[in-house]
Design a protein around this ligand. Sequence first.
Ligand code: ADP
Length: 489
Amino acid sequence: MEEQTTILVVDDEKVIRDGCTLLLQPEGYRVVTAANGREALDLMRDQPVNVVLCDLKMPVMGALEVLKEAGALYPEVPIIIITGHGTVADAVECMKQGAYDFVTKPFRVDHLTLAVKRALEKQHLERQTRRLQEEQAKNLYTLAMEQSRLLTIVNCMADGVLVTNRVGEVVLCNPTFKQLMGLSGSLPQPGPLEAYLGEESFLKTIEELCATAETGPAKCLSQELCRGRVHLRAMSAPVFGPDEKVLGTVTVFHDVTAFKELDAMKNDFVNMVSHELRSPMTAIKLQHEVILDGLAGEVTQKQRELLSRAQAKIQGLLELINESLDIAKIEAGHRHLELVPLQLGEVLREVAQLLEAKAADQKVVLRLAVPPDLPPVRADRRSMEEVFVNLVSNAINYSPGGGEVTIAGLSHGDYAEVRISDTGIGIEPEEIPKIFDKFYRVKNPKARQIIGTGLGLAIVKGIVEAHRGTVEVESRLGEGSTFRVLLPR
Ligand code: ADP
């Protein structure tokens, strides 16, 4: 409930006090009265008062003393002086001492109420201004505290942090960033990005982010940077202002050297084991072949059956070993690519020929739709053969009930496309992002009999990306799949 506005009338003449009460009460004010300054101050101590109407001259305590005491204790309460015509000069003196206004006796109704209203308005405005000032001071304090807290977090982070403004100049970097970059001493801020990190690909990323359109989804770009023996993963994102315009960028640098070293150790180990296994496996396979060919004596039907099964398992193991060695090489970037102008049509024809018998075995019709004018791409022949043998083998393998596999070549300006489509078992949508992972195999009951390592598509992806191409798949469960390889010309 809103409190009633209280006006205190201080005058030694009862008639004035009563007159004021009669005039102000109908305006909705609560009126309290005092016969002199002392009484008035006692009353103000006991209850809140909004405006004081105070006679200039009173016995015990006059207006000047009230002004002095009340002004110090209740600075927000306006005091209006009631004065006679002959004492206007004294009233002006009171104004100098802090009175808000004065009204002369005998006063008119409208003069008195107007003076009170204006005093109340002033009081209201002053209160509002004070509240806004307090709020502003509080906000500034919170902001400064937030800023200091953020700066401390950034400075304590184990990851490097680099902040740029909208023109790509560095405005902040933390001690970890300096340490990762081997920077010492003070650097200009704002300063040119090149002075902090001059890597071409990074400069381009920041340029791209600074040019981000004001609307649209925020992007976060990730890249790997190599500084001598230190490997860093850098995640960069634009910073938007309240107007949705780019204010600058923030990049966080995570040191992944330890992971890289572990990965290299793991690859070395896998390579070593695979190499050690390959020779004895090949020897066992050859010896089985000698036995199966009857060169070591007659083989019974049962023995042949058992040996053939063992042969299939050994073949599977050899494939796993070869593919593990292959993927390790691709991942380490050690696979040598001899990029030459390559007629994809020729490669695809050879792959189709190689896999014709396999397709016939599985009652799959293999179709080749390659236009004679398919332009050449710059690629490594052996790697391309591996890519398409893998994809076409999969297309045949994952069509266990027979069907159709089509190898098509298309040209799109700067890119050549190869599409391998089948009418096989297809892939569920949620499996699609995982099938290019190493060793991932979809658990489809229809594919249970199909032998594989889960490495084929990882190798395909690795090779295609090493050629700056892309591989993607569209598939419908139970209807078939299409793998599309795009290669730059
Ligand atoms: P795998 O040795 O198991 O064939 P890949 O890496 O070549 O390994 O393939 C990974 C998985 O992707 C396979 O296990 C299979 O489930 C799925 N897949 C690949 N090609 C096809 C295809 N043409 N049709 C249906 N599923 C496929």
